[in-house]
Design a binder for this molecule. Sequence first.
Ligand SMILES: [Fe+2]
Ligand SMILES: [Fe+2]
Length: 166
Amino acid sequence: MNHTTKEPTINITREQMIQLLNEDLAGEYQAIIAYTVYSQVLKGAAYTDIARELELHASEELAHAIKIAKQIDYLGGMPCLTPKPVKTSNDPVTMLRADLENERTTVGRYRERIRQAEAMGEFALSETLRAIIVQEQEHEIDLSAALDINVPLPIKPAETKAASTK
Ligand SMILES: [Fe+2]
Ligand SMILES: [Fe+2]
């Protein structure tokens, strides 16, 4: 067996699920802010199409935030109020790369969350997350196409933690 990559904890408590969903919610808030701002400040003919896409992403991220907040409330938790920090830049490529990096993180987190929800027998939560992850993958495809690169592999939550301590 390969133990080099840390496997996510699948069996978690209700309290742990609430905490993890709140971190997911803070990520959704971050995405709303980033897409709202970036869609308006991306300038240049080359970015007209993607700027319009980003506007659409902003409203989809808001819908995700509401769905996640609903699930947190259902589980007996209190939805958080603070977004994860948003990167600022005047450079279109830096902005798009920041968005793509966040989407990769999000997809990795929701993959794990779906497994955890299933293990808890929370199938409605799992269905909600599955619907969200479909859109997050579409966001990745849109951003990758704008950057003219292939869709990168999702970032596993363990890697995110390691990266954030840098
Ligand atoms: Fe989202
Ligand atoms: Fe997204």
